[in-house]
Design a protein around this ligand. Structure first.
Ligand SMILES: [Zn+2]
Length: 98
């Protein structure tokens, strides 16, 4: 894809594209134009703002859980039950499909 076409596409990004960028922003640093596309889109799109907020919430919850689980395991406590593991997996999948 030419750079002009890529710029045009990012500046006119759909909610689908922006939700993908929001997800990717948790895995890698977005380049300048991607960051701009994400920020400018979420200024006027409540759905994408909500999606981004949900991603942050799930990520924070998983980080807290990982920390608490590691602490519990280091203290000889029980590992995360399979049922809780499945609930987390479903929550992450639901947040990603939005
Ligand atoms: Zn949107």
């Amino acid at each position: 894809m030419s750079s002009a076409r890529r710029i045009w596409r990012l500046l006119n990004a759909s909610c689908h594209d922006v939700s993908r960028l929001a997800s990717e922003s948790f895995d890698r640093e977005l380049v300048g134009l991607e960051r701009f596309a994400l920020r400018s889109h979420t200024v006027y799109c409540a759905a994408c703002r909500r999606y981004e907020r949900q991603l942050r919430f799930v990520r924070a919850a998983l980080c807290r859980l990982a920390t608490e689980t590691a602490l519990a395991q280091s203290l000889g406590g029980p590992a995360l039950p399979d049922e809780a593991r499945e609930q987390i997996k479903r929550a992450v999948e639901d947040a990603e499909t939005f």
